[in-house]
Design a protein around this ligand. Structure first.
Ligand code: C2O
Ligand code: CU
Ligand code: CU
Length: 463
């Protein structure tokens, strides 16, 4: 698959056309405001033998990058070509609840052969992603996680961009998918893959003009791994976090101080390419004592002599500042489930065990009458949520439909940048603030899918 070639084409016509609000980086796919996304099984060559029974939206290729434009309507027809249920979620987008893709909470699951038309207008620009929210374990582990880019209405001055979807696959000796989870993992830090990929590839190399400015969009779409990342160049700047322009500067990661990117989180980095042809910027993941080359950007051609100072700052997204003086507090505890909790259905299907809970209440089952909200917030009001991790494991806590600002932590300095997924450290207590400005029942869960499926899920109601 010549992903590189296609991305350039898609990007070019996207900008040249001006009228298209949506592009799709699958080979030959037209650029239009309506796109069909068909779930299908496929094969892919990760190692020696093709891995079968992957789930994607095209043949022999990872799920495409979906492009939209801020404030422009998008229509995504999700066609379920599998013989199991699904529902598609657009992670980080602040869109109407009905389009959020959470089975039973916002829509009925899409049966095999059925289509669901998602229609929404993204209010925010930035790097987002998509994944099924029904059969999350099976379908996400089998490959169905893709990046979504919502373009700003202005050009900020980059020469090019690179999108890196980080995720692992768990393969056996014959290169086939292993059982996606272990009960041991589900009760602890999760079950890890053994093939770490960027855009399903092992250490891909992407060409960019020497001395040019590249917007690097990194997304961790893995079901388990917290990536510990750094670049081999510090000539860059973090410009956005979880889609939103950073208002408080996050330092460029280094080998000594790598950036922790939990499942679900994204970071945008403005990079200046090295001046000489053949030089690279390597994206490295630290895995215990080892360093893993995830991908690299290779300088080609003549030095463009660009400077990071030439970039226009990203325009702010229209997020409302919480009114902290009048914010009511809710305390929310993430931890073990009480002894003897019966296993329940969590987002279409159960792992047969319950290990986790929110406020000591595990997800009571998709269809359950007892599924009451973790908190009920009044539309338009500001809130402070105190998130308490009463476990030794890390939890990337994600809230749908709203964004929030971390204010303080008992463990470290946190920066109040807008976010939709907060990586809660061991025994950490963090205060986050938000304005409940999007009505509906919003899923609220850990993005380690084994935790999500074994109880660490709930929802927040905004009325
Ligand atoms: Cu990225 Cu509830 O999901
Ligand atoms: Cu989400
Ligand atoms: Cu968790």
């Amino acid at each position: 698959m010549k992903r590189r070639d296609f991305l350039i084409t898609a990007g070019a016509s996207f900008f040249a056309g001006g009228v298209s609000s949506l592009g799709l980086s699958a080979i030959g796919a037209p650029i239009s405001s309506t796109t069909n996304l068909k779930l299908q099984h496929t094969n892919f060559l990760f190692r020696e033998q093709p891995t079968n029974k992957l789930v994607s939206l095209s043949q022999n290729a990872p799920p495409p990058v979906i492009y939209g434009l801020q404030d422009q309507p998008m229509k995504l027809n999700v066609i379920n070509g599998l013989d199991e249920y699904t529902a598609m979620h657009w992670h980080g987008l602040r869109i109407p609840n009905k389009m959020d893709g959470v089975p039973y909470l916002t829509q009925l699951p899409i049966a095999g052969g059925e289509t669901f038309n998602y229609e929404f207008t993204p209010p925010d620009a930035g790097t987002y992603w998509y994944h099924p929210h029904c059969m999350t374990m099976t379908q996400m582990v089998s490959g169905l996680t893709g990046v979504m880019v919502i373009k700003e209405k202005i050009e900020c001055g980059f020469n090019s961009e690179e999108i890196i979807n980080l995720r692992d696959f768990r393969l056996n000796n014959s290169d086939q998918l292993k059982q996606p989870y272990t009960l041991r993992g589900a009760a602890r830090a999760g079950t890890f893959g053994n093939v770490m990929t960027a855009n399903w590839l092992k250490s891909p190399v992407y060409n960019h003009q020497a001395g040019s400015l590249v917007r690097l969009r990194l997304a961790n779409t893995d079901t388990t791994r917290i990536y510990s990342l750094y670049l081999t160049s510090t000539e860059g700047q973090i410009i956005a976090w979880d889609g939103h322009p950073t208002e408080h500067q996050i330092l460029m990661p280094t080998e000594k101080q790598p950036l922790l990117l939990g499942p679900g989180q994204r970071v945008d980095i403005a990079c200046k390419m090295p001046p000489l042809e053949g030089q690279t910027i390597n994206i490295i993941a630290k895995v215990r004592a080892n360093k893993k080359l995830m991908a690299s950007l290779l300088s080609i051609g003549q030095d463009q002599k660009r400077s990071l100072k030439e970039l226009k700052p990203l325009p702010k997204n229209p997020v409302t500042e919480p009114d902290l003086k009048n914010a009511k507090t809710h305390e929310i505890i993430f931890g073990w489930s009480p002894e003897g909790t019966e296993p329940n259905n969590g987002f279409c299907g159960s792992l047969g065990k319950t290990f986790w809970s929110i406020n000591r209440t595990p997800w009571p089952g998709d269809n359950s009458e007892n599924t009451s909200p973790v908190a009920t917030l009044k539309l338009g009001n500001s809130y402070l949520l105190r998130l308490r991790n009463s476990s030794p494991n890390l939890h990337p806590i994600h809230l749908h439909g709203l964004v929030f600002k971390p204010l303080r932590s008992n463990k470290r300095k946190v920066l109040p940048n807008w976010t939709d997924t907060f990586l809660l450290l061991k025994n950490e207590v963090v205060d986050i603030a938000l304005v409940a400005d999007n009505p509906g029942d919003w899923a609220f869960h850990c993005h380690v899918i084994e935790h999500q499926k074994t109880g660490l899920s709930g929802y927040i109601r905004v009325v």
